[in-house]
Write a protein that binds this ligand. Sequence first.
Ligand code: ADP
Ligand code: TYD
Length: 196
Amino acid sequence: MTWIAFEGGDGSGKSTQARLLAERLGAVLTREPGGTELGARVRELLLEPGSSIDERAETLLMAADRAQHVRQVVEPALVSGRHVVSDRSAFSSLAYQGYGRGLGVDEVRRICAWASGDRWPDLAVLLQVDPRQQRSRMRGAPDRMESSGDAFHARVAAGFVALASEDPDRWCVVDGSGSIDEVAGRVWDACQHWLG
Ligand code: ADP
Ligand code: TYD
């Protein structure tokens, strides 16, 4: 069974594509942060606009969400013979906390590995959309992470590209521009290699 995570910037179309792929595969659809009851409460703390959270506390809250999620949702689904499609994963911590906050990818990777028992998605699909298009797709008031500034989000985007290019066995980069159906077609084609 395969665990596929969608990654990319805010507004790149991850939730939309994760839902479509999960429907097509009959997979369990889930997300980080917020894929469990505990995680939903942690997610509220993390995203509440205006709250001040130290970047190490932020990393550890993401890791706490993940520990619960991997044990309560991901592993049981895989064991029961279902594919899992998740909207974000530990790779977001490498990009947002490692690169974006500047905490260092190797250190954040160690924290993620400890939290998840070294369970990582089999495949990360990086949806690439230019920042202008991303902003035009975003709805509602920005959350705390979305309010972290253009320079932060540029570091995150560059971080994702670096992660994908360093580990091509686990990452595929998909052009997220065009209609929802066009992107879904590209995602489907790209996943075939990992789905065997
Ligand atoms: P993310 O999860 O990456 O933040 P979403 O999937 O929630 O992104 O998409 C953000 C918004 O953009 C939603 O309103 C969604 O309906 C819309 N959207 C998603 N994909 C596309 C697309 N290919 N073209 C136009 N709008 C899109
Ligand atoms: P979410 O609504 O899932 O993403 P999006 O805005 O793209 O729809 O919000 C989660 C936010 O948390 C998003 O800004 C990315 C961030 N995040 C991290 O900083 N580290 C992590 O490990 C994860 C999973 C998410």
